[in-house]
Design a protein around this ligand. Structure first.
Ligand code: ADP
Ligand code: MG
Length: 394
């Protein structure tokens, strides 16, 4: 069982919250998008309201175990201070852990927030070095993880330090992810529809295999669909195909049929000569002309997928339907964003590009859960144990 932060008594305790403040910065080192900082506010405010001494830690960029001036937490701390308002002072440390940080924590006054330096300035962070983990744990009585994006990594701040803290819990953001994504692997409301797309079958194999035994319908689009169409005997022209995965695709098609899972592949496609073509034309998905590649799902496929999604009570979507970054090939992905948003069922979207597409569609508010983790959300749906979550178990 993983406890949630509001199940612990925090009064007067030193509470280390592993946050995800890995935000984009401009050339001057200013925060250009504070979404991730704001996303951690419910947990942060809860700790402060309950009288905990709040210590936050995050990584920022890829400093690879060294101090990189541009990747210091100072501007992140400044933004956090703005968001928290005058009642709180945010003290930004110049190292991730150690005697100096311990002293800062010991001297904290009521309402103070300590933000330790970029955790990845210490090479021990990503190596889950036991010494560094102990140093971090010495800062806290209670450990809280609210950084889902790194929960699939066993690092010092996500795994190693946890057992050395007296108590542990998930933050609100992490718990929401566990409930939504983990919930897909439990008793779901049926029909349960999985919409999968994106670049490669090989990236999605774990998700495909795990959902195959659980969902009622599997809709496949994106470049990944080409490998399936080829496996089913179609001609995909110059489309992107993973030759070495054609046999796997055949096996999945058979497994779906045996399990009574409805498997839908695109019937038609938007094709062009290259990703840079200014426009595309329509073709049957299994008879693509030589030299042409499928870059989006076609209109009939969108309609067929939309109909299945409309009947769903649970939906999981990962992977764009086409090269959505380019306007001529974004229509299929946008149509699916509309279909998922229109659903009355419980809808979950995961994956970096898929989430970007949903945000671009302007329909994000109509989706039940949009995951903040790319790799972590895939691993959870694959049914893997995430080290950052396992470490919180009592
Ligand atoms: P996510 O990040 O949501 O898990 P992926 O990274 O698997 O998604 O896939 C997204 C990428 O797949 C995008 O860059 C998109 O351009 C590409 N893609 C989707 N469909 C096609 C296609 N038919 N041909 C080539 N690339 C495609
Ligand atoms: Mg991606």
């Amino acid at each position: 069982m993983v406890k949630r932060v509001d199940q612990l008594d925090l009064k007067g305790k030193r509470v280390f919250v592993r946050v995800d403040f890995n935000v984009p910065l401009d050339d001057e080192g200013r925060v250009t998008d504070d979404t991730r900082i704001r996303a951690a506010l419910p947990t942060i405010k809860h700790v402060l309201e309950k009288g905990g001494k709040l210590i936050c830690g995050s990584h920022l960029g890829r400093p690879k175990g060294q101090v990189v001036e541009k990747l210091r937490m100072v501007s992140v701390g400044a933004r956090l201070a703005e968001l928290l308002g005058d009642a709180h002072r945010v003290i930004v440390c110049d190292e991730p852990a150690g005697d100096g940080v311990k002293k800062v924590v010991a001297d904290m006054k009521e309402g103070d927030v300590v933000l330790v330096e970029n955790l990845r300035f210490n090479a021990g962070e990503t190596k889950n070095n036991p010494e560094f983990a102990k140093q971090l744990a010495e800062l806290a009585d209670v450990y809280v993880n609210d950084a889902f994006g790194t929960a699939h990594r066993a690092h010092a701040s996500t795994a190693g330090m946890v057992e050395h803290c007296a108590e542990r819990a998930a933050g609100f953001l992490l718990m929401k992810e566990i409930d939504a994504l983990g919930g897909l692997l439990k008793d779901v409301k049926r029909p349960f529809v999985a919409l999968l797309g994106g670049a490669k079958v090989s990236d999605k194999l774990g998700v495909l295999e795990n959902l195959l035994g659980r969902c009622d319908a599997l809709l496949i689009g994106g470049a990944m669909a080409n490998t399936f169409i080829k496996a089913a005997g179609g001609d995909v022209g110059a489309s992107r195909v993973e030759e070495e995965k054609v046999e796997t695709a055949k096996r999945i098609i058979k497994k779906a049929a045996d399990a009574g899972v409805k498997l839908l592949l695109p019937q038609d496609a938007i094709v062009a000569e290259s990703l840079d073509s200014a426009s595309g034309s329509e073709a049957a998905a299994d008879a693509i002309p030589a030299g042409q590649m499928a870059l989006d799902i076609g209109v009939k496929s969108r309609e067929a997928f939309t109909e299945v999604i409309a009947g769903a009570r649970t939906i999981f979507w990962n992977g764009p339907m086409g090269v959505f970054e380019k306007e001529p090939f974004a229509g299929g992905t946008m149509a699916m964003a509309k279909a998922v948003a229109a659903s009355e069922g419980f809808s979950v979207v995961g994956g970096g590009d898929s989430v970007a597409a949903v945000n671009a569609s302007g329909l994000a508010n109509n989706i039940s859960h949009i995951s903040t983790g790319g790799g972590a959300s895939m691993e959870l749906v694959e049914g893997k144990t995430l080290p950052g979550i396992a470490a919180l178990e009592d």
